[in-house]
Write a protein that binds this ligand. Structure first.
Ligand SMILES: Nc1ncnc2c1ncn2[C@@H]1O[C@H](COP(=O)(O)OP(=O)(O)OP(=O)(O)O)[C@@H](O)[C@H]1O
Ligand SMILES: [Mg+2]
Length: 250
């Protein structure tokens, strides 16, 4: 469904992605981890067609992001780190924003679609709220509802649980998994919340200074010998010992 094909990226003379090459199967959730500044957001933006691709390519459902970014973008939904809602629009207008523009939906159909999407993310009835009235977790849900309204084949999430308390983070993780079960969407989730990763990932990709250091199942991740990965696994185990970890046993 999604193929990242020998992708490299530089900002000016500074190279931040080096020959990234992996595929995500239909309905699969791949979580991209890695230290801060390692290139995770850059990778997501390249996939999303928000940054020009100069070396390598990304193929989404048979369409090259490099050659036809417009068509490729229409197949993808992005959930931004801070939800990126329009503060002057209410929840309903935020959710309907892209659909109205792209599909020219009239208001009645848009209203129905908004209602359905808000229900899917557990926010039914909140159409009239303004972004300033929403909690962090609710903002993320609205961001997801907006992406889902476009019926994307691929969903890209940048740090969906960052800045949330553990209980709210858990509910967002559940929502990501539920959304996949319901829509069979293919997903890439960027995260450095290691407890969250084990809850949602079918496979984990680990980026180290712009290079793909590891790609495999959570089980393989736990067994990986790389020091950067072992440190994370140890952290997850200590969170579990403290009782702050709610998920499958490590
Ligand atoms: N628009 C930009 N122009 C120039 N350099 C950039 C730009 N965006 C990112 N970079 C640089 O690219 C590198 C990778 O950044 P990126 O945001 O992809 O990292 P990240 O893995 O998402 O980090 P974090 O975990 O902190 O979000 C960083 O060194 C950053 O300074
Ligand atoms: Mg980032």
């Amino acid at each position: 469904m999604l193929k990242i094909d020998h992708l490299s990226h530089s900002f000016g003379r500074r190279q931040v992605l080096f020959d990234i090459d992996f595929e995500v199967a239909e309905g699969e959730i791949v979580v991209v981890m890695g230290s801060s500044g390692g290139g995770k957001t850059t990778l997501l933006k390249c996939v999303a067609g928000l940054l020009p691709i100069e070396e390598g390519d990304v193929i989404v459902d048979g369409v090259s992001v490099r050659q036809d970014p417009e068509t490729a973008r229409a197949k993808m939904g992005m959930v931004f780190q801070y939800a990126a809602l329009f503060d002057y629009l209410n929840v309903a207008d935020n959710v309907a924003f892209g659909v109205k523009r792209q599909k020219g939906l009239v208001s009645k159909a848009a209203r129905q679609l908004v209602g359905e999407q808000l229900e899917a993310v557990g926010l039914e009835g909140s159409e009239a709220l303004m972004p300033a009235e929403l909690s962090g977790g609710m903002r993320k849900r609205v961001g997801l509802a907006r992406a889902l309204a476009m019926e994307p084949k691929v969903l890209l999430y940048d740090e969906p649980t960052s800045g949330l308390d553990p209980v709210t983070a858990y509910s967002i993780d559940q929502l990501i998994v539920e959304t996949r079960e319901r829509t069979r969407t293919t997903s890439i989730v960027v995260s450095h919340d290691v407890t969250s990763v084990f809850r949602v990932a079918d496979r984990i990709a680990f980026l180290d200074k712009g290079r793909l250091l590891f790609l495999g199942t959570p089980q393989e991740f736990r067994a990986a010998q790389d020091k950067e990965i072992q440190d994370l696994v140890t952290l997850a185990r200590s969170e579990q010992a403290l009782g702050t970890f709610s998920g499958p046993t490590l």
